[in-house]
Design a protein around this ligand. Structure first.
Ligand code: BDP
Length: 858
């Protein structure tokens, strides 16, 4: 926390006090503290508003905070002696309005650089400069000034922020139907100040489009946000995850029910973007989470999160009832019949235990018959039987089941992508005895990844979206960057999710007529097909690293997930701009530059990892680096299964003449994807085996475009690295250095992707790297001779210079007219070295290539 950092520095700067005066010390302290800032506040960083004019305006508009009856609605607390770990800086609150009030006080103090008084009494009329937070229940001001009719339509999570003007002055009301709504409004108001937006004449009404906005916290795998034994933070007995249940050694005293600062920071951050639930353990679930000892710990966590409107859930294992750890309440295999009372009774009892400790416990996430996890099929039943059995058992307790559809049993179909729909589609279509369709119960959500494979950087949408009319559908996105650079690569995922959510499914009704609202987002928010209960899930990226997410820029993905799950129609660039302002700086050039870096970063990653719809070329050991030649125990885990490289071309034919996966889409998309001439080029190899010499839209042949695309991805990372370097004066030292170090790794590893993949493809295409017509291709003139044919993947080029001739580059001729060049250095003699930097803005952002020419005598 910055507070701690500042305190730690007092001693060091104290000596200067006598000589330079108090103010200078304060300033020095702030800069030094900033230079040490570790990112632990996420985007809830409330630094003083730099612009003096704006600061003055804000200070005029906000002079006092009024929260009436903040202590009235105490949230449930199960754990009698709930307490923060010794030395904590965060504190436990007892109500949601207290959380809102404290946030406002903390935020305003930081932003306005002075304490803002808080009172509980508005008097007869609110004073000028007051900010009032509450509900119609808690606050007289809200009752007097906000008509019920304005609030009611906003539901139980919505909020309203309204300015009331009197002459040149006035006051501001932040109201919700619930205290949680008021808390969301408070964060939205603070966000306006953090992003330097106007806070006068406001009339804002907001409510979320999707009801359940949850994280799934995979606490033991794909955790790129945690300190580990070799990392800088050290393990200290923690396993790297965000919540400690079983830390040992030095951290043994820091297990739940003890509450750590970072839990509260995360709760505040989640609430600030409207995330209202979290499944706290991995989908490959450990039954220990269902034991009484763990339930007591979970209850403490739920107690701490509850004031922030966050409810918890657990991932479970389908055969948990047979686990001896639950003795004497265990079942035999025979008793696992989903239609029988034993199985249902067991789940009802276990859920009852949870319910007793955590009254708002939301339910279970289930990964069944998937990647070796047990499930109903092991006993001759199907997913409908299994999901409904547990759902029926927990329905009386008001709980829900999030049943994952990430299944791909090889015997279902040779094409892995077809398998989920084949296993779930018929259950959704099934006619029921009451005449309705669809067997899944109302408290079952089918939780489906955005694409049909597995969180690849670019996938088409999953064909189940829109085809499961009779079942609640939850969309699952991966916030933790398993396949998108983990904690090394800067990859902003907002644009990827925006692309998915705004994809037209071309869904039709039962008579084949196109639906009016049919984007993926409409399916997920329920407006396409009239679903009342809706959900979006982010596989979280939280850990115990100082900055809580591993890479400083990974914080942006959590932020974007929250904002997009609240309102999927938002523009991911706007979200990025908010995040940059809240996290880094409000200076226009910094905002513009970092947003630009972020916006191209995903498409760049796609380009150097899996361009043109290539899928899953990751080495199996870590899903970070490439290994296109790998063959694993299962075909459908193997890169070769996806790339299908041969002498004819590259890619998986899923058209009607291939696996016919395209038939699972609605007719318009099926036709579009099924035809190599109409499929979008960025999904080309997803659906087709593409001949090496196929003519592409650029006019080049496929092979040439493919290689250039790999190179472009790396060239973008070079641009990011250089661009970050130029931001040094505007960024605090520690974070600047940490991101800088990561960008260097990023660039090298992107180069590894390019080289490993292109080299492997070459063994099939039998072609050389294309030269001379890439976006950054150039020819140079040295000693009167024109020299070209530079392979853009090479780190340097050897240029023969005749004895006595000048080694100077006299001319640079870019192949692309839009490219710019700069001769950074010339060779002084032979041997010598010259560097030419070529840049060009391409479709996803700026590209940079530094040509290093090594002049050597012939
Ligand atoms: C894959 C991960 C694996 C997860 C699986 C899942 O590699 O660790 O268990 O997804 O979603 O991407 O269940």
């Amino acid at each position: 926390m910055p507070v701690t950092a500042a305190t730690g520095l007092v001693a060091g700067t104290g000596a200067a006090a006598g000589t330079v005066g108090k103010e200078a010390v304060a300033a020095a302290l702030r800069t030094t503290a900033d230079s040490e800032y570790d990112g632990s506040d996420l985007w809830l960083r409330y630094v003083p508003v730099e612009d003096p004019g704006l600061l003055r305006k804000y200070r005029e508009t906000v002079t006092t905070v009024i929260v009436e009856n903040a202590g009235r609605n105490k949230v449930h607390r199960h754990t009698p002696d709930l307490s923060m770990a010794p030395g904590s800086t965060e504190r436990l609150v007892e109500t949601t309005l207290e959380a809102a009030r404290d946030e406002l006080v903390r935020g305003l103090k930081g932003l306005l650089d002075r304490a803002v008084p808080v009172t509980t009494e508005p008097g007869d009329r609110p004073p000028d400069g007051a900010v009032i937070v509450g509900t119609r229940d808690s606050s007289k001001v809200v009752r007097q000034h906000i008509p019920a009719g304005d609030l009611t339509p906003l539901g139980d999570a919505g909020y309203l922020i309204r300015s009331f003007t009197r002459g040149t002055q006035g006051f501001t009301v932040i109201a919700g139907n619930t205290e949680t709504g008021a808390l969301y409004g408070t964060f939205a108001f603070l966000r306006r100040l953090q992003t330097h937006k106007t806070i006068t004449r406001l009339d804002i009404s907001e409510s979320p489009r999707i009801r359940n906005r949850h994280l799934n916290n995979w606490e033991t795998v794909r955790l790129y946000a945690g300190n580990n034994a070799s990392g800088t933070g050290g393990l200290n007995g923690e396993n790297g995850t965000i919540f400690n249940f079983a830390a040992r050694g030095e951290s043994a005293g820091r297990n739940l029910p003890v509450i750590l600062d970072r839990y509260i920071v995360v709760a505040r951050a989640m609430a600030s973007v409207g995330i209202n639930g979290i499944t706290i353990n991995l989908v490959n679930a450990d039954n220990v989470y269902l034991t009484p000892r763990y339930i007591a710990q979970e209850a403490a966590l739920a107690d701490a999160l509850r004031p922030y409107g966050i409810k918890i859930a657990l991932a479970i294992n389908y055969t948990a009832p047979t686990d001896p750890r639950f003795a004497p309440d265990t079942l035999t295999n025979e008793q696992l019949d989903p239609h029988g009372e034993d199985f249902r009774g067991w789940w009802n009892r276990r859920a009852g235990l949870l319910r007793a400790a955590i009254p708002d416990f939301t339910g279970f996430t289930v990964k069944a018959n998937s990647e070796g996890q047990p499930g109903p099929q092991d006993f001759g039943d199907d997913h409908g039987d299994g999901a409904n059995a547990i759902a029926a058992a927990v329905a009386p307790l008001g709980m829900k089941i999030y049943w994952r559809t990430f299944v791909y049993n090889a015997e279902v179909d040779e094409d892995r992508l077809k398998r989920a729909y084949l296993e779930f589609g018929y259950i959704d279509d099934e006619r029921q005895s009451d005449g309705t369709r669809g067997r899944f119960l109302d408290n079952v959500f089918l939780q489906t990844k955005n694409g049909p494979l597995d969180f690849q950087a670019r996938e088409p949408i999953h064909p189940m979206f829109g085809r499961m009319e009779n079942t609640n559908q939850a969309l699952e996105l991966q916030v933790t960057q398993e396949y998108t650079g983990q904690d090394e690569m800067l990859c902003y995922l907002g644009p990827m999710w925006e692309e998915a959510l705004k994809t037209d499914t071309y869904a039709t009704d039962e008579r084949g007529r196109l639906l009016g609202k049919r984007l993926m987002g409409h399916i997920v928010d329920g407006t396409a097909q009239g679903h009342a209960d809706t959900a979006i899930i982010g596989v979280a990226n939280l850990g115990n690293a100082d900055n809580l997410t591993g890479h400083h820029f990974a914080q942006a993905n959590l932020f974007a997930f929250g904002r997009q799950s609240w309102d999927w129609t938002l523009d991911s660039a706007d979200i990025a701009a908010d995040w940059v302002r809240m996290t880094w700086s409000n200076r226009t050039n910094v905002v513009g530059t970092i947003v630009k870096m972020m916006m191209g970063s995903w498409e760049a990653l796609v380009s150097y990892q899996t361009p043109f719809g290539m899928a899953h070329q990751f080495r199996s050991s870590d899903h970070y680096g490439p290994n296109p030649a790998e063959r694993l125990a299962r075909d459908d885990w193997s890169p070769v299964y996806y790339n299908r490289a041969d002498s004819a071309g590259l890619g998986y034919d899923r058209s009607p003449t291939g696996s016919d996966f395209t038939a699972q889409y609605f007719p318009t998309l099926a036709a579009r994807y099924g035809d190599i001439d109409t499929v979008p080029e960025n999904l080309l190899m997803w659906f087709h085996h593409v001949p090496w010499d196929r003519r592409m839209r650029s006019g080049r042949i496929f092979w040439d475009d493919l290689v250039y695309r790999y190179q472009m991805g790396v060239q973008y990372v070079t641009w990011m690295r250089l661009t970050w370097e130029a931001l040094r004066p505007s960024i605090d030292a520690r974070r600047f250095a940490e991101v800088r170090a990561k960008l260097a790794i990023h660039e090298a590893d992107a180069g590894d992707w390019r080289d490993t993949c292109v080299t492997y493809w070459k063994s099939f295409s039998g072609r050389d790297d294309p030269v001379d017509d890439g976006p950054l291709s150039i020819a140079i003139v040295v000693g009167g001779r024109r020299i070209g044919a530079f392979d853009l993947s090479a780190p340097s080029y050897s240029i023969p210079v005749r004895r006595g001739a000048s080694p100077k580059i006299t001319k640079v001729i870019p192949a692309d007219r839009a490219a710019r060049y700069e001769i950074l250095s010339q060779a002084d003699g032979v041997p010598g070295q010259a560097v030419v930097r070529v840049t060009k803005e391409d479709f996803f952002g700026p590209l940079v290539k530094d040509y290093v020419f090594v002049m050597r005598p012939t």
